[in-house]
Design a protein around this ligand. Structure first.
Ligand code: CAA
Length: 449
């Protein structure tokens, strides 16, 4: 069977930065440690006044096509995953194709375009769609572009405000991929949940504490489901585990629970038992509360062991590096985590060819999905082309007053045309920008040389 997977990645961050420790925490009257240590976040990326999901997605896709020497005829499918869409009918992918047609001689009239919605998991679902389309032989030799793009903004003073972010990840899905080959096996954990939603509103209604519990419950279900198709899961089977990362502290919790779950009943649990005992079993306790206390105590002890720390430092920590500086990118977040892990491995000269990733995606509402990927030889050449570190460095560092103003500019409930008059904070260069509204309320874009 021909390998199908991710052939190239480009990342585009919003061009502004909100420093959580230096700028946000003092204004909120909070200890910076709540953000840097508790949530594990140092900064959020924020969109400048001329940026939105279309510009960021189009900029990432254009760089991807330009770098890979692709023409519109090479692309048979453009799928956009977003939970920040501004139109209930016209998909963001047509806007993005329209942008790209400004800079290419040809058009994308024979490419299938769509938009996927299921909170943060739709980026992974779009990769699945592209994979299935190629596997079904419907691609006529062409590749698919999947773009996960979001402005993850919360209402001012919502507890989620500290986890905001903005950026896009564009991925080329093709045969004989140069980064990772996708596996056919998948595990799902999916249920009707009311934890995070946007019922026809821009900013989410969130039950933050519950959303954390739902993430963990669905992830565990997905892991169990995955094990039914992949066989038992051993931590040594996977070099890294990129998780959906709303904030690194969430992944810290998920990793501890996931590790405890997959080592249960294995040789690893036996070795750990010499230090911290065996995992508590329900039958040994009189009440659910007593059992839960014992589980919490065991998990705390587990995360202090050298074996766990070594595993965490290899499998999890590298996947969080970019996220710490850009915040939550919703649909792009798990794809940023994969790129982050591979980037750190490349910088450390680790040979990952043939190694596996276990990719753990999640979307509120709620669904988790787990699948494996195999890293292919030459992956490091593709990852070396990323310039996300430079982009992060170049961002404009917002004062709190500027942050308040630019948050208002992106707030759809404020004056509808505020973006047209707002002062930009960074000069656009070689990129697509928002260019005002058309006669039917459509958004317009232009390429700035
Ligand atoms: N030093 C060190 N740590 C500190 C600290 C300090 N000074 N002050 C607080 N902390 C710790 C807290 O102990 C806590 O850690 P634990 O969870 O391990 O106990 C952490 O920092 C956060 O503090 P709070 O729980 O008090 O923070 P909060 O209640 O204000 O907000 C949140 C946390 C509910 C997650 C909020 O950020 C939120 O609502 N976020 C949006 C929803 C979200 O991201 N949910 C994640 C799962 S859903 C999902 O993944 C989909 C998605 O993308 C949205």
């Amino acid at each position: 069977m021909t390998a199908v997977g991710i052939d190239a990645i480009e990342i585009w961050t919003g061009k502004l930065k909100l420093d959580l420790a230096e700028t946000f925490a003092p204004a909120q009257g909070d200890d910076p440690g709540k953000y840097t240590k508790g949530l594990g976040l140092h900064a959020s990326s924020f969109p400048d006044v001329y940026e939105d999901i279309v510009t960021m997605g189009a900029n990432a896709a254009y760089r991807l096509m330009d770098r890979k020497g692709l023409e519109p005829d090479d692309i048979g499918r453009i799928d956009v995953a977003t939970e920040s869409s501004f139109d209930n009918s016209k998909p963001v992918s047509t806007y993005i194709a329209g942008c790209l047609e400004q800079v290419f001689d040809d058009d994308f009239h024979h490419a299938n375009k769509g938009e996927r919605k299921f909170a943060c998991i739709s980026g992974t679902q779009s990769v699945d769609d592209a994979y299935n389309w190629i596997r079904a032989g419907r691609n006529r030799g062409r590749a698919a572009i999947v773009i996960a793009t979001d402005t993850a903004l919360y209402a001012r003073d919502d507890p989620g405000e500290a986890t905001q972010g903005a950026g896009a990840v564009a991925m080329l899905i093709d045969e004989e991929p140069a980064i990772v080959e996708l596996s056919t096996e998948q595990g799902y954990g999916s249920a009707d949940e009311t934890d995070f939603l946007k019922p026809n509103q821009q900013f989410p209604s969130v039950d933050g504490k519950r959303s954390v519990k739902v993430y963990l419950a669905r992830m565990r279900e997905a892991l169990d489901d995955f094990a039914t198709v992949s066989g038992s899961i051993h931590p040594d089977d996977y070099h890294m585990i990129p998780f959906h990362t709303p904030f690194p502290g969430m992944v810290r919790k998920a990793a501890a629970l996931g590790y405890r779950h997959i080592v249960r009943g294995t040789d690893v649990e036996d070795v750990l038992a010499e230090e911290i005992g065996h995992q508590p079993v329900r039958e040994a306790f009189d009440s659910e509360d007593a059992f839960n206390d014992a589980i919490r105590e065991y998990t705390d002890a587990l995360t202090e062991t050298e074996r766990y720390r070594d595993w965490y430092n290899q499998a999890i920590e590298p996947t969080l590096e970019i996220s710490r500086h850009v915040g939550n990118w919703y649909t792009g977040s798990v794809h940023l985590a994969r790129a982050s892990g591979l980037k750190v491995a490349m910088e450390q000269d680790i040979d990952l060819a043939g190694e596996k990733l276990l990719v753990a995606s999640y979307g509120s509402g709620a669904q988790a999905e787990v699948h494996a990927e195999t890293i292919v030889p030459g992956w490091e050449d593709e990852i070396a082309a990323l310039d996300i570190d430079d982009q992060i460095q170049r961002r404009y560092d917002l004062s709190f007053e500027e942050y308040e103003e630019v948050h208002d500019v992106h707030n759809h409930a404020m004056d509808a045309h505020i973006e047209e008059d707002a002062e930009e904070l960074t000069p656009p260069e070689a990129e697509f920008v928002f260019d005002g509204w058309g006669r039917m309320g459509e958004r317009k874009y232009r390429y700035v040389e």
